[in-house]
Each structure stands twice: as C-alpha cells, then as structure tokens.
Design a protein. Structure first.
Length: 229
C-alpha cells in the first residue's frame, strides 16, 4: 500500500487531502501538533479534525511532531520513506506573523527546508507538493486595472482572464512577513526541484475555506464570519 505523508493534516486543506487519498487506497500518515491553537487560541484548535480523521479513515496514522524539529523530521522520513508528501503545515496569518516573526519564519520557511532536506536524503523520488499562496505576489496584483461588472469586479486586462500567471513578478511589492516567509519556502521548494532534480511543486491558492476550517478572526475569516452569524 502506498504511503502519503501529509503535514498540517488536521487543518482545513490537508484534512480534505487525507480523505481523498484514503479513498484511493493510500495509507495516510498525518503530521500535526495542533500549533494552530498556539497561534490563534482555543478557537483555532484542530484536535477535533484530527480525531475525525482517526475515527473515519481506515489507514490513518497520526504523528505528533513539529516541523521545526529537524532531527524529528529526519527520523520520521528515514523510517517512513513516504511515496508522496503534501506539505501544508504553516503559520497562515498576515497579522499574526507581525506579532511572532521568529515563529512565523521558523515554521513557514525553515520547517519547509527541514522537510525538503529529509525528503532529499531518504525518498528523493517521491513527489513533494507544497501549499504555497498567492500572497507570494504581495500587493502587486493591486496595480492591475479593474472593471466593474453587474455583481463583481474583474480584471480589465484580458491577459489576466484566467487569473494571475506564475510569470507575474514577485518583486517590487509589499508581502507582509507571512508573505515573505512563504516566498522563502516557495523558492526553496522550486530550488530543490531544479537543483536536485526532485519532483517538487508549489500550488499558490488564495481565500480557501470550508466546513473543516477552525476559522478565527486572524485567519479563515470567511469561516469565522459564517460561524459568528
Ligand atoms: N486557507 C487559505 O485561504 C489558504 C490560501 C492559500 C494558501 N494556504 C496555505 O495552505 C496551507 C494550509 O492552510 P489552512 O488554511 O489549511 O491552514 P490551517 O491553519 O487550517 O492548517 C495548518 C495546520 O498546520 C498545523 N501546523 C502549524 N504549524 C505547525 C508545526 N510547526 N508543526 C506541525 N504542524 C503545524 C496546524 O496545527 C494546522 O492544523 C498553508 O500553508 C497556507 O499558507 C491557505
């Protein structure tokens, strides 16, 4: 049975990945330490989602580990040698990052490096998918002219009809400390792909939410609003 390692498995996005791949017959190894409750307080607690996965998925193993724990990550990857890695564990809030810059960078940038290097040492052929963010472009998308439609605004330039392309510059913009730590991770993931010829990939999503989000005012705002009404 193929093994999938999912970091941040109790969070919104990866809990969905765990269910999807479990239904495809993969053994799921979830890594999370409920750091979201440290970042955001009790409302950010993700233990309920961890318990849901443990109770509902046949082949789910939880690993209580911090991605900043370099030796722990090396040991886990050496023992597990997963067939694929999906990395979503992160400090995900702009405003929180400004209050905890070391924790933010250590988690987002250094934690990602710990996982990449462990993957290179023990399973370099396994695909490594990183949940990056559209915030790598900083506030530069705000310079694209907009046009008002009946019920929404849209880009006025047909070049952006399908969204912002990866060729869009990440320079000359303000990112927030969160955006900057995610840029560092994104570049490192790309570099391990190019430099070491590993199958790595960055996905740059934005404004994602759903029923399994432990939404708080500082992150997961849509889910927070729905729960507050
Ligand atoms: N939700 C969005 O709108 C959105 C948009 C773009 C990108 N992303 C990215 O997707 C990823 C997941 O976002 P989410 O909304 O699911 O966030 P989330 O906070 O719901 O999930 C992240 C999980 O990672 C865990 N975690 C955090 N630090 C950890 C550490 N040091 N060690 C182990 N586990 C740790 C948390 O406990 C949490 O369960 C993040 O990388 C985020 O930047 C999210």
């Amino acid at each position: 049975m193929k093994k999938l390692l999912v970091t941040g498995s109790s969070g919104l996005i990866r809990s969905e990945v765990c269910v999807y791949f479990a239904n495809q017959g993969w053994a799921i190894h979830g890594l999370d330490n409920n750091q979201r409750s440290i970042f955001f307080g009790p409302q950010g607690d993700t233990r309920w989602n961890q318990q849901r996965l443990q109770q509902t998925l046949a082949n789910f193993t939880h690993h209580e580990l911090d991605i900043r724990d370099r030796q722990g990550i090396l040991k886990l990857l050496e023992n597990l040698k997963p067939d694929a890695i999906v990395h979503t564990a992160a400090q995900p809030s702009h405003d929180r990052a400004a209050a905890i810059p070391f924790d933010d960078f250590d988690t987002n940038a250094v934690g990602t490096l710990n996982l990449l290097e462990a993957t290179r040492q023990f399973c370099p052929e396994s695909p490594f998918v990183h949940l990056s963010t559209n915030k790598v472009y900083g506030d530069r998308p705000n310079t694209i002219p907009l046009k008002e439609l009946d019920i929404r605004w849209n880009y006025d330039d047909p070049a952006y009809a399908n969204g912002i392309p990866e060729t869009f510059s990440i320079d000359q913009s303000k990112h927030s400390l969160f955006g900057a730590s995610k840029v560092a991770a994104d570049i490192m993931v790309q570099e391990y792909g190019r430099y070491f010829n590993m199958p790595t990939c960055c996905l740059r999503g934005g404004c994602l939410t759903g029923p399994n989000h432990s939404g708080v005012e500082l992150h997961g705002f849509l889910s927070y609003l729905v729960n507050a009404t």
